[in-house]
Design a protein around this ligand. Structure first.
Ligand code: TPP
Ligand code: SF4
Ligand code: MG
Length: 285
């Protein structure tokens, strides 16, 4: 990949050689650069895990918070400063497990943010326990008899909840993933891109080859505005559909906020009267 304005010098990347996260990092920097987004105007928000280390390796603004809590922080950042490009980034455990409740409610709120999930179907950072997307029967040192819980299907959940933009990509296909991510960033409203990512150290089942053999791209004639078809693709037993599964344009969370109804100035920049604040507080006592 060519150099970008987001490249950070002298960093020690703490990922295993061959990890799919490297390609996602390069792809994301290239996508942002091609969209003409500046590091000053971007915030990458993450939680805990291997995937949430991504913003550490970026030349931009970042917020690294608690496990599973990137989405509410990203929603708030966008709400007080709608001029920023905001990306929430994390792993399958972080976003669909510990942060699963936020996943549902962020879809409902529809903030204009991009949600990138590095889906390696395992807890990578904590050394290979099952995650919410691990397949049935997946054996680990903790799940010694194999996973018995039904995996989370993030595409089906997001479409069922009528999300604004729902896509799936594969980290091994950098160019195609980049085009999907660019469309997600440009989309107004909540945009989910679940990126299938091999964890070469702790997931010996869902390997690079397994993802290749068990996925297919949606063809040109596919209409992402048909919700029923999108749901069929999300649960397709023939394999994991790659591409933009569903688009549902609607007003964003920020557009629905009354503070922006008559005044477009970002909330963080507005002057507050301490006297008005005192009056509001005392009126509630
Ligand atoms: C509340 C809480 N529970 C559990 C942990 C321990 N923990 C840290 S990262 C992680 C799993 C990360 O897996 P995933 O989100 O899939 O990211 P990956 O490392 O695979 O990229 C867990 C369980 C924690 N830090 N905080
Ligand atoms: S443990 Fe897995 S996810 Fe973590 S850096 Fe290594 S290969 Fe990547
Ligand atoms: Mg994971």
């Amino acid at each position: 990949m060519s150099t970008t304005i987001f490249d950070k010098q002298d960093i020690d990347i703490a990922w295993c050689p061959g990890c799919g996260n490297f390609k996602i990092l390069d792809m994301l920097k290239a996508a942002l650069s091609e969209l003409g987004i500046s590091p000053q105007n971007l915030v990458v928000v993450s939680g805990i895990g291997q995937a949430p280390k991504t913003p550490h390796y970026f030349n931009t603004n970042m917020f690294n918070g608690l496990h599973g809590r990137a989405l509410p922080a990203a929603t708030a950042i966008k709400a007080v400063n709608p001029g920023l490009t905001v990306i929430a980034e994390g792993g399958d455990g972080d976003m669909y497990g510990e942060g699963g409740n936020h996943f549902l409610h962020t879809i409902r709120r529809n903030p204009d943010i991009t949600h990138i999930v590095h889906n390696n179907m395992v807890y990578g950072l904590t050394k290979g326990q099952a995650s919410p997307t691990s397949p049935l029967g997946f054996k680990t040192p903790v799940q010694v008899d194999g996973v018995v819980s039904e995996p989370v299907n993030p595409m089906a959940v997001a479409i069922a909840q009528n999300a604004s933009f729902v896509a799936r990509a594969f980290s091994g296909d950098v160019e195609k993933t980049k085009e999907i991510v660019k469309k997600a960033i440009q989309h107004k409203g909540y945009a989910l891109v679940d990126i299938l990512q091999p964890c070469v150290t702790f997931n010996k089942i869902n390997t690079f080859k397994w993802f290749k053999d068990n996925s297919y791209y949606l063809d040109e004639s596919y209409n992402p505005r048909d919700r029923v078809k999108a749901f069929e693709k999300a649960i397709d037993p023939a394999g994991l559909a790659l591409g933009i599964l569903y688009i549902n344009e609607k007003p964003s969370f920020e557009e629905n906020l009354s503070v922006y109804a008559t005044n477009r100035e970002p909330v963080y920049r507005r002057k507050r009267s301490i006297e008005t604040l005192r009056q509001v507080i005392s009126s509630k006592m």
